[in-house]
Write a protein that binds this ligand. Structure first.
Ligand code: PBG
Length: 329
């Protein structure tokens, strides 16, 4: 057949490349994670996440308006909780006037159409930095899930569109769904972190929220008894299908880049939307390499985001959302 078939014809110039491009990033792909703190006029840069900030509610308001004007339509909220409000059961998480509940109202007030998703897990509220209640060196499953269900109802009451449980307890999606139904929140959705790995890429996020597991006697040093072993593949599918059965509307794989094989398998298995979280460590790596002049920030960023979408992501939670959308013009 040579030389009649030449694949390079379809790569000859930018116009033909545009015409045959299979994967295109748009603002609609993104879920923007935001870190919220108490105070006024606070916009503090997170040391291990250059150009990413913790925002007080007034700054959150400005940020959300800006995101909306750029064409971004969904945010994922996280809060940094003061040490004196932390305890083993994350009691503050249920405070109807807590920072998360006020943050939800702030976003909805300034931008009613912005989709608000909220992180549901105990770690920012836990004095031990765990996603659940700790007892005798273990993280309790069912007792934790009950609190997560109450927390979800509290977020729904404040106006959240979707709750996003990131804790990896067994059975919590069902408990959350039932609690939401019982309280009449039939339209509040659940985005489940369904295949969340025990990854070292979450380091900068834990700096941002001061939420790392504490180093103390009888406190598990890591999250390996609930988050998944990075070595496992079948388990990711099992976890995801179970969460869908329990009532998850959107499922998620996390982290992103190292787990794109998992993303593709899950995309092939399920009918509903699949989200991917490009996590803090992935963000930090590129920022650091770009700062040193070793990688071209914008090109590598778009290549990574394209790879995540090509692997099968329908939604990308990413700290690069704004940077990317600016480039897309
Ligand atoms: C909390 C939570 C974490 C992340 C999202 N939700 C941290 C963790 O599980 O320790 C990580 C996000 C990131 O690294 O960007 N359960």
């Amino acid at each position: 057949m040579y030389p009649y078939l030449r694949n390079r014809r379809l790569r000859a110039n930018e116009s033909i490349r545009r015409l045959v491009r299979e994967t295109v990033i748009t603002p609609d792909d993104f879920l923007v994670p935001l870190f919220v703190v108490e105070g006024k006029g606070v916009k503090e840069e997170i040391p291990s996440m250059p150009d990413y900030y913790r925002l007080s509610l007034d700054e959150l308001e400005k940020e959300v308006k800006q995101l909306w004007n750029m064409g971004l339509c969904a945010v994922l909220l996280f809060v940094k909780v003061a040490d004196n409000l932390k305890d083993n059961k994350g009691k503050e998480a249920l405070n109807p006037n807590g920072l998360m509940q006020r943050a939800i109202k702030t976003v909805k007030n300034v931008c009613p159409d912005m989709l608000v998703m909220t992180d549901v897990a105990l770690d920012p509220y836990s004095s031990f930095g765990h996603d659940g209640i700790v007892k005798d060196g273990r993280v309790l499953n069912d007792e934790t899930s009950e609190i997560l269900a109450e927390m979800s109802v509290s977020h729904a009451q404040a106006g959240a569109d979707f709750v996003a449980p990131s804790d990896m307890m067994d059975g919590r999606i069902l408990m959350i769904r039932e609690a939401l139904e019982n309280e009449g929140f039939t339209d509040t959705g659940i985005m489940s972190y369904s295949a969340k790995y025990a990854s070292a890429f979450y380091g900068p996020f834990r700096d941002a929220l001061d939420s790392a597991p504490v180093d103390a006697k009888d406190i598990p040093k890591d999250k390996k008894t609930y988050q998944m072993d990075p070595a496992n593949r079948f388990e990711a599918i099992k976890e995801t299908l179970m969460d869908i059965d329990e009532g998850a509307d959107i499922v998620m794989v996390k982290p992103g880049l190292c787990y794109l094989d998992i993303v593709r398998e899950i995309r092939n298995e399920v009918d509903g939307p699949v989200a991917v979280y490009q996590v803090s460590g992935e963000y930090a790596m590129l920022k650091a390499a770009a700062e040193k002049g070793w990688l071209d920030h914008d090109t590598v960023m778009l290549e990574q985001l394209t790879a995540i979408k090509r692997a099968g992501a329908n939604i990308i939670a990413s700290y690069f959302a704004k940077d990317a959308v600016k480039l897309l013009g």
